[in-house]
Unconditional design. Structure first.
Length: 215
């Protein structure tokens, strides 16, 4: 199968490097990213973040009114970029592969690359989705009704191959891709297998998805 690796994903650390902001704010965000991923949001104090960043608590509160604001400053950019609804590049990129198999391969590589590059933030997000109402509401807003047009564009390009099962809907595609990719990401993070081969694993995921949605 043709390789369709892409650099379209966004890495939170790289994104942060490109933002114009005071040094104190930047190092606070990086320290919080590491500590929230290792210890959890509730298990991390602003003092611990300040100590890791080499700044004072006063500096943190200068830029973030509450610890929750620090959390949102990490997760919001990740949520905005994880789903292709905000990614014109993703929508354009998925037009290029011609066959259903190539399109599935593109999505698997693109979204897993994003997951892998943002493993810390995705780990925080997965935990907070279960306990934090504000994070859940932000997520719902991102994948809300106003984004159906973009989902439909993606669905159309899959339909144009003539290979997609007639009974597959946009929601089915989303659940299938997210379930497989995030599930694999969680497995490699929390239950790594010593003899696992990432390239072979992603190929198997691609083949499983193709069998699931192909006529």
């Amino acid at each position: 199968m043709t390789s369709l690796a892409t650099d379209m994903f966004r890495n939170y650390r790289d994104w942060l490097d490109q933002q114009k902001m005071p040094r104190g704010k930047r190092v606070a965000l990086l320290a919080a990213l590491e500590l929230f991923a290792d210890q959890g949001f509730d298990g991390t104090s602003t003092q611990a973040v300040a100590d890791r960043a080499g700044i004072s608590q006063a500096t943190i509160f200068k830029y973030f009114k509450m610890k929750q604001d620090l959390l949102l400053a990490i997760l919001q950019p990740v949520m905005d970029n994880f789903f292709p609804v905000y990614r014109d590049e993703f929508v354009a990129g998925i037009q290029r592969p011609q066959t259903l198999a190539e399109k599935v391969h593109f999505v698997v590589l693109d979204r897993y690359a994003f997951f892998k590059a943002n493993r810390e933030a995705v780990k925080i997000f997965a935990v907070e989705m279960m306990t934090n109402a504000e994070i859940r509401q932000s997520f719902i807003k991102i994948v809300g009704v106003g984004n159906f047009a973009t989902f439909n564009k993606i669905m159309t390009t899959f339909r144009q191959t003539g290979e997609l099962r007639d009974d597959i809907q946009a929601a089915d595609l989303i659940r299938s891709f997210i379930g497989q990719i995030v599930g694999y990401g969680i497995q490699t993070t929390y239950m790594p297998v010593s003899d696992s081969n990432e390239t072979a694993d992603l190929q198997r995921i691609t083949e499983q998805l193709i069998r699931l949605i192909h006529k």
